[in-house]
Design a binder for this molecule. Structure first.
Ligand code: SAM
Length: 262
């Protein structure tokens, strides 16, 4: 895309991809097909948009910075399957785009300041999403893909893995962007489970339990869950009340949730 002079704006988290090798590696990971329906969040100056549009897929893009809209329209509105939404992705009604369950493929080199609330919003819409590919701060990807016992194992990873399979695909150095961010980035793929591997449970209750259990990471399960579940009930579930919550598997958080609700 032809880039008219645009000064990258910090408040919109603008670090534009410039490295053709990285752009093509991301496009290969996404592997868009003509029959797909892609939604790109924050197309910016179109670095990824170009590869997506070239696949012939149906493509909706959501961009907050109005100054970028004319350039995007000039480059892509010739494509009849392209539609630009000049909007805030955090307020956007993703369900309005979905014609069938599990249909949307969401992608984005996300502004780092909105990545966590945006992922939580998209998890609420997991039923209409086939997969998601995001460029995020490396630490956020490590939290998403964390496993029990790891210091990164927390609310973000647990609630994401409740809804999705998480794959940490590859890292992207600051030199791939203009301006270069101060942090390392990584690409993650989130695929909502077609059939959940977990026992059903009340999700809002699960979120509360995870938050309470991990509130003070050095404290024991018994202490962090005081008032919610007692030590004998934890023992009945085969759990050590003296253990730290960060060692618990997601299935065990679900068992605690169901024991409290049950
Ligand atoms: N995709 C482009 C690329 O890879 O070069 C731009 C990525 S840049 C990190 C983030 C983009 O998201 C910018 O274009 C920014 O204006 C846009 N953006 C920031 N906040 C947004 C929001 N709440 N909703 C939609 N777009 C947003």
């Amino acid at each position: 895309m032809n880039r008219p002079q645009h000064r990258p704006r910090k408040r919109f988290g603008q670090n534009f991809l410039r490295d053709p090798g990285i752009i093509s590696a991301i496009a290969s990971a996404i592997h868009p097909q003509a029959e797909d329906h892609l939604v790109e969040i924050g197309p910016g100056q179109g670095a990824l948009t170009e590869a997506l549009s070239a696949s012939g897929c149906r493509l909706d893009v959501i961009e907050l910075d109005r100054d970028l809209v004319p350039g995007l329209l000039a480059a892509f509105s010739i494509n009849p399957r392209f539609k630009l939404h000049s909007a805030d992705a955090l307020k956007f009604d993703f369900a309005s785009l979905a014609q069938e369950p599990g249909g949307l493929r969401v992608v984005g080199n996300l502004p780092y300041n909105i990545s966590t609330p945006l992922i939580f919003k998209l998890l609420e819409n997991a039923g209409i999403i086939r997969d998601m590919h995001f460029m995020l701060q490396r630490e956020v990807v490590e939290r998403l893909a964390a496993t029990p016992g790891n210091k990164n194992w927390g609310r973000l990873g647990i609630m994401t893995q409740y809804h999705c399979q998480v794959e940490n695909l590859f890292e992207v150095p600051p030199s791939a962007f203009f301006p270069p961010p101060r942090v390392q980035s990584a690409i993650v793929r989130l695929t909502p489970w077609p059939e959940s591997p977990w026992q059903p449970c009340d999700e809002s209750q699960l979120r509360k339990i995870v938050q309470a259990a991990l509130a003070q990471r050095r404290k024991t399960l018994r202490n962090n869950l005081k008032g919610l579940i007692d030590a004998p009930t934890l023992e009945k579930l085969g759990l050590d009340p003296g253990a730290r919550a960060e060692t618990l598997e997601l299935s065990q958080f679900i068992e605690i949730t169901n024991a409290i609700n049950g």
